[in-house]
Design a protein around this ligand. Structure first.
Ligand SMILES: [Zn+2]
Length: 365
């Protein structure tokens, strides 16, 4: 994929406001890209988009590739009498990441801008200036003169979704890109590019490209969609956790930007199937694709639900290293994106019935 086209796709996917439970605009974008490339495309009962890439044959194994559409955000809880918004966080946020930021609220009248204000240091006593601001004390200022103005003029209602206001941009000319919601729009971008690479190809598995909803609140969309897909193999695409900046330690995370996609060996939701792990490493080695590992003690991902769907299936999580996840400004490397696309394309081309049978076999002696 040419760099300009990749940039266009990444911009399209990351700029859109679509927190957990409000994935509609992302679903529309993914559908637009995948519909012309796939045999069939449908939505499950809670909103995950299931794209069946090729004509299904019972003799072929089902390979499910997944990435999630939602992003961490906020939701309007209520509007104060003087027109400020109190909010509920959706997904995991550090309180410090919320304060003094710009936000987009999706209302019935369109997109509204707001900010989480912060008190000026002039009024904060010196001894409390080092304290952390708690999210319960925060509010969003939309410039409304009162509650009626917020409701009637701006169209704000309780339940409206709120996302970071932070636009995609290249980070000073190199291969790094800045934006919100890399988690997990970068996974969706890999999926779309893999589908485009495989256009018209005769592949030896039934390939399902699944864009899930509500990952950030407990892998909900992966649960329902994998029930429908009945995967024999699961490949989850995620944003990883880069630990290559000051203050970050190897014990926290082992990924570095620009050193290739990360294979998760452990996170709090899943341990990958060992034969599938070794198959991925073999393919990466043969194709000369750089790979790194990550062992995290926190972190959950959709692969865990794919792994446990129905009778269970070998699954793995492949991640694009990302700095500063779950904030307004994440950073990824386009080189890692390209390597991940190459890796996943190669994996799909090789996952035929014999290979999948061998991966799924547990030795009994
Ligand atoms: Zn994620």
């Amino acid at each position: 994929m040419k760099k300009k086209e990749t940039e266009k796709l990444l911009r399209e996917l990351t700029d859109v406001c679509a927190p957990t439970g409000f994935e509609g605009p992302v679903r529309a974008i993914v559908n637009q890209h995948l519909y012309p490339l796939c045999q069939d495309i449908y939505v499950d009962g809670i909103g995950s988009l299931i794209a069946q890439f090729n004509t299904r044959h019972d003799s072929k194994p089902n390979v499910m590739v997944a990435a999630h559409m939602d992003e961490v955000g906020l939701m309007v809880k209520y509007i104060t009498e003087d027109g400020y918004l109190k909010f509920q966080t959706i997904g995991g946020w550090l309180d410090q990441a919320l304060i003094n930021q710009r936000w987009i609220i999706r209302t019935k009248k369109g997109l509204v801008k707001g900010i989480t204000g912060i008190k000026t240091p002039h009024v904060i006593p010196a001894e409390t200036r080092g304290q952390i601001f708690k999210k319960e004390q925060m509010f969003i200022d939309v410039g409304a003169s009162n509650k009626e103005d917020a409701v009637n003029r701006l169209g704000i209602s309780p339940g409206d979704p709120i996302a970071p206001d932070s636009l995609f941009t290249n980070l000073n000319g190199g291969s790094l890109y800045l934006g919100k919601a890399w988690d997990d729009r970068i996974g969706l971008a890999v999926m779309i590019q893999v589908a485009s690479n495989l256009r018209g190809a005769d592949i030896s598995n039934n390939l399902y490209l699944v864009s899930t909803v509500q990952e950030e609140v407990g892998l909900r969309g992966a649960q329902t969609s994998s029930y429908l897909v009945e995967p024999d193999i699961g490949i989850n695409l995620e944003s990883g956790v880069a630990g290559d900046y000051p203050g970050s330690t190897l014990d926290e995370s082992q990924e570095k930007l620009g050193e290739g996609p990360a294979i998760f060996l452990h996170d709090s939701s899943m341990i990958p199937n060992l034969k599938l792990r070794d198959f991925v490493l073999k393919v990466a080695d043969e194709e000369k694709i750089p790979i790194q590992f990550d062992v995290l003690s926190g972190y959950g991902q959709d692969g865990a639900e794919i792994q446990r769907a129905r009778g269970g299936s070998p699954s793995i999580n492949i991640a694009i290293p990302t700095r500063y996840l779950h904030s307004h400004n994440g950073v990824i490397s386009i080189e890692d994106f390209d390597s991940a696309v190459k890796l996943v394309t190669s994996l799909i081309q090789r996952l035929d019935a014999d290979t999948v049978r061998e991966i799924r076999k547990f030795e009994l002696e």
